[in-house]
Design a protein around this ligand. Structure first.
Ligand code: WTA
Length: 655
């Protein structure tokens, strides 16, 4: 069943969408992607991808483009390269060392311009420090940091010495750190004293300290100083960043990595409570992000690129760090929130740095709409020439608002569909070629073979909807789930033969354009963050007062979906608003504040089938305030009427 049972309503609504936007002629005339690129890639998709791999710098050439033993891929077999060399050294060697890599803007207003040469020197010093402390090729290193320049430096330094990084989003709680660090057997954690968020200090090191009580494999912790308050430092284990780099030379021999050596792990939510460590390797990933960043964003020498995502998610990995740096782009890196000190912070940044390409998320766009256009109008956004969207389906209203108020009616919008698993953008317009439609991610990227299939795995003709699948391997595809090869096969490659199952529902119109409809599994998408219903349920049941919990996603105007919990308590406890708040906080503490449920309804009983399965479909209907579907399999039908009443009261309270 889908989290979006009424997706068919959405499809109909979307299909009434008749507006279309041709690429502006001037834009098309100088676009990176030329007409014919799709046909060319289709004629020989391996040649297409290898033409992009050939733009990378290799220390040993590859023999074969692809070795495919379904579902295990090896790309650019036999080649050797280093990701940090491709991101940095290459540009410095080409005489572009004084080019800005990042305009860093801290939330409190501090600013730093970091050139490619300076970034390379920082990476080398830190990489030397890591090596000296025993971090070596094949290790896994956890990184839990705010959005400060030391974060990409840490990632690239890991890559330089051949250690895989596992970045853990700075909003996660200590429990989430424990799971991820232990699963990946990380021996090192890199963090900061604190970070800034909406003017408040986020206690990163303290959170790591709590986690460390349960991560026996961690031998060392490196702490960057961001805020400056005192934090506990355990002698022999904890070291300050500044001490790690002290006296280190600004050069560092890069490790020659095999194309298929692990570059990073990134954990993402699945249908069980245990997050999946998605594995990305070196050459294919770099090829994918380089090609997509160049063609989808039509990157030019004088562009100022800004992706507003957090580096803790895949969007930041691919389009703040690896894609832009491999392409020698000039980017903005912003630490904070869009409403600090006021709700025009983003527009202030766009104006000041003359940002030309802005890449953000629908949930943010809907929030800006709510705040009102006056915040936008205070600033000159005429530098913008291209806009991007990622993270969830963008509704046509938000698309149009983005187009008119941020893009001034002149900027093409690229709605980019992809996943942690795909590593790089998979379905999106090429802005100089593709006619866009508000709400559609349009067409598969050249070389990507996508399809829509029905329950039986049969291709659905144009004009119909179903499961989005990818029918051939692509370079930046995940190579597996860390430590769980069976789960990799089971999750992505078992529902349909010879097809990668992305887990999204999607419609394809008669012109072949793709319209995404949300997840089909038990994963919620809240503000573009993938959160597993099971994970929230486990967090609730972990509270001593809770007997049982069921969690579903409820459509939300701003965040796409909101977390909606149904909770039955132990004993005869009827629940209270205070307990409700306590449980919400409990979830936030367990998993990270951004997972704090919006709705929480107490119930004596959860609706169950006679065999005892919780009827989530029914709970989704209740959460959405819909007419109930089939209730004949329900064990006790009186449960439902009462739940409907309570859920309605709860929704009324929250709105
Ligand atoms: C959703 C983020 C519709 C989708 C890059 C996918 C989208 C999940 C879009 C992956 C889009 C992302 N239109 N849906 N443009 N972009 N999604 O792994 O459900 O954090 O499966 O990667 O986000 O989320 P993830």
């Amino acid at each position: 069943m889908t989290t979006n049972d009424h997706a068919s309503d959405t499809i109909e609504a979307l299909f009434k969408e008749q507006r279309r936007f041709e690429p502006p002629a001037a834009f098309a005339a100088r676009a990176n992607a030329k007409a014919g690129i799709y046909e060319e890639a289709e004629r020989d998709y391996l040649a297409f991808w290898s033409s992009w791999a050939d733009k990378l710098e290799w220390s040993a050439p590859y023999r074969d483009v692809l070795e495919w033993k379904e579902p295990f891929a090896k790309w650019f077999v036999g080649g050797e390269l280093n990701a940090s060399v491709n991101a940095l050294d290459r540009h410095v060697k080409a005489g572009r060392g004084s080019r800005i890599a990042f305009y860093f803007e801290g939330e409190p207003g501090d600013r730093r311009e970091i050139t490619y040469a300076a970034l390379l020197a920082d990476v080398c010093r830190f990489a030397n420090g890591l090596r000296e402390r025993g971090v070596k090729k094949g290790d896994r290193v956890a990184i839990y940091m705010p959005m400060i320049p030391e974060l990409p430096v840490a990632m690239l330094a890991c890559a330089r010495v051949g250690a895989a990084h596992s970045v853990i989003f700075g909003g996660f709680s200590s429990d989430a750190i424990v799971d991820r660090v232990n699963d990946a057997e990380c021996s090192t954690i890199i963090t900061a004293d604190q970070g800034w968020r909406r003017g408040k200090k986020v206690p990163l090191k303290d959170t790591v300290d709590v986690a460390l009580a349960q991560t026996p494999g961690v031998e060392r912790v490196i702490v960057a100083k961001r805020v400056g308050d005192a934090v506990e430092m355990k002698a022999g284990r904890d070291a300050w960043w500044d001490d790690v780099i002290a006296g280190q030379p600004e050069t560092c021999e890069p490790e020659a990595m095999d194309s298929e050596d692990l570059l990073f792990l990134l954990y993402t939510s699945g249908t069980t409570a245990k997050p999946k460590g998605i594995m990305h390797t070196t050459a294919g990933y770099l090829t994918g992000v380089t090609a997509t960043h160049d063609l989808v964003f039509d990157l030019k020498e004088d562009d100022i690129f800004w992706c507003t995502a957090d580096i803790g998610w895949v969007t930041g990995h691919s389009y703040i760090v690896y894609g832009p740096l491999c392409n020698g782009a000039v980017s903005v890196l912003y630490e904070g929130t869009p409403d600090y000190p006021d709700k025009d912070r983003l527009w202030d940044i766009v104006e000041r740095y003359k940002v030309t390409i802005l890449y953000t998320a629908p949930t943010a766009i809907r929030t800006f709409m709510k705040w009102g256009v006056e915040y936008v109008q205070k600033h000159d956004l005429s530098s913008l020439r291209l806009l991007g969207s990622v993270g969830e389906p963008i509704n046509p209203e938000a698309w149009m608002w983005y187009h008119e108020h941020i893009g001034g009616g002149r900027c093409p919008i690229v709605d980019t569909w992809w996943q942690t698993e795909t590593g790089a953008i998979a379905i999106a317009p090429l802005p100089g070629i593709t006619t866009t439609k508000p709400g559609s991610a349009t067409k598969p990227f050249p070389g990507i073979l996508a399809d829509i299939v029905d329950e039986a795995g049969k291709s659905v003709p144009l004009g119909g909807g179903g499961y989005i699948v990818l029918r051939r391997p692509w370079p930046s595809m995940l190579r597996g789930i860390y430590g769980a090869p069976e789960r990799y096969v089971e999750t992505y490659w078992s529902k349909f033969e010879h097809m990668y199952l992305a887990g999204d529902g999607c419609n394809r119109d008669v012109e072949g354009d793709y319209w995404f409809m949300g997840r089909i599994d038990d994963v919620m998408n809240v503000s573009g963050h993938r959160i597993s219903t099971t994970e929230v349920e486990s967090a609730l049941v972990d509270h001593p007062a809770v007997a049982e919990a069921a969690v579903v996603g409820k459509t939300d105007d701003t965040t796409g979906q909101a977390i909606c919990c149904f909770v039955s308590l132990r004993g005869s406890n009827p629940g209270s608003p205070e307990l409700g708040d306590e449980l919400r906080k409990h979830v936030g503490d367990k998993l990270g504040k951004f997972t704090t449920p919006k709705y929480l309804t107490f119930t004596q009983e959860l609706p169950k089938t006679r065999s005892g399965k919780i009827m989530r479909r029914l709970l989704r209907d209740i959460a959405e305030g819909r007419m109930l579907g089939d209730t004949t399999t329900l064990a006790d039908s009186s449960v439902v009427a009462e739940l409907q009443e309570r859920a309605k009261a709860e929704a009324g309270k929250e709105d």
